[in-house]
Design a protein around this ligand. Structure first.
Ligand code: SF4
Length: 209
C-alpha cells in the first residue's frame, strides 16, 4: 500500500479528541477540497510502498490502544486497507478510519470505527458525497462536517435533520481553518440549541502533527 507518513500524536478531532494515538496516513486522494490541509498527501505517488508487515514494524512503541488510518483517502486502497485493519485488530489495537465520504464504506472491515466527513458545498466537493454511506453508519461511528461559512452551516443542519443523524450517532461541526472563526460557529450552535459537538483542531492548538 502507498503510505504517506506514520506518526504518533494527540487526536485533535472527533469524540476522541485529546486521546494519544498512532496515525497511519495513506497517500492519494481523488478530491480537491478548498481547505485541504494535507495537499502533499493527495498525490497517489506520494510517500512510499509498504507492506502490512512494514507498517506494523514502523509503528511507534510502546503501542497505544487506538490507531487512526487517515489520508488522503484510505478507501482508494480498500483491499490493502482491510488487510492492515485486520492485522491491527488481531494485534489488539482499536482502529478508526477517517474517510472523505466520497466512496462506499460497505467495503470497509466492519471492525473499524468510521469517521465519515460529509463534504459541504463550500468544500467545492459537495457533488462527490456518496449519500448511501449515511444509511450504513453504526452508533459507534461519527459524522463530521467542515464548514466554511454560514451557508455551509445551514446546509449541514439540513442534512443532519433530513437523515436523523443526531438520534443515531455523534455529529461534529468544525470550522475550516482560516475560513470560519470557530467562535462564530460556537455562537451559532448555542443560539440554535443544536446538540452537535464542536470539532476543534486540538492538535493545531498544541502545534502537533
Ligand atoms: S478529502 Fe481530505 S485529503 Fe482529500 S482533498 Fe479533501 S481534505 Fe484533502
Amino acid at each position: 500500500m502507498r503510505v504517506f507518513e506514520i506518526f504518533r500524536s494527540i487526536q485533535g478531532e472527533t469524540t476522541r479528541a485529546g486521546v494519544p494515538m498512532d496515525f497511519v496516513r495513506l497517500a492519494g486522494c481523488d478530491l480537491a477540497c478548498s481547505y485541504c490541509d494535507t495537499p502533499a498527501a493527495r498525490r497517489a505517488d506520494a510517500g512510499r510502498n509498504m507492506t502490512v508487515a512494514d507498517v506494523l514494524g514502523a509503528l511507534p512503541s510502546p503501542p497505544l490502544p487506538w490507531l487512526m488510518i487517515t489520508g488522503g483517502e484510505p478507501l482508494l486502497q480498500v483491499e490493502e486497507l482491510n488487510r492492515l485493519i485486520a492485522a491491527l485488530i488481531e494485534s489488539g489495537r482499536k482502529v478508526v478510519v477517517e474517510t472523505s465520504g466520497a466512496h462506499p464504506t460497505e467495503m470497509l472491515d466492519d471492525r473499524a470505527v468510521r469517521i465519515l466527513d460529509v463534504k459541504t458545498p463550500g468544500s467545492g466537493m459537495g457533488d462527490r458525497v456518496c449519500w448511501s454511506n449515511l444509511e450504513h453508519l453504526r452508533p459507534d461511528d461519527e459524522v463530521t462536517f467542515v464548514l466554511v461559512d454560514r451557508a455551509d452551516y445551514e446546509w449541514a443542519c439540513h442534512v443532519v435533520e433530513r437523515h436523523g443523524l443526531l438520534e443515531r450517532l455523534p455529529v461534529l461541526f468544525g470550522a475550516a481553518r482560516g475560513r470560519l472563526d470557530p467562535r462564530l460557529l460556537a455562537g451559532w450552535l448555542l443560539e440554535d440549541g443544536l446538540p452537535v459537538r464542536l470539532n476543534f483542531q486540538l492538535h493545531e492548538y498544541l502545534r502537533l502533527p
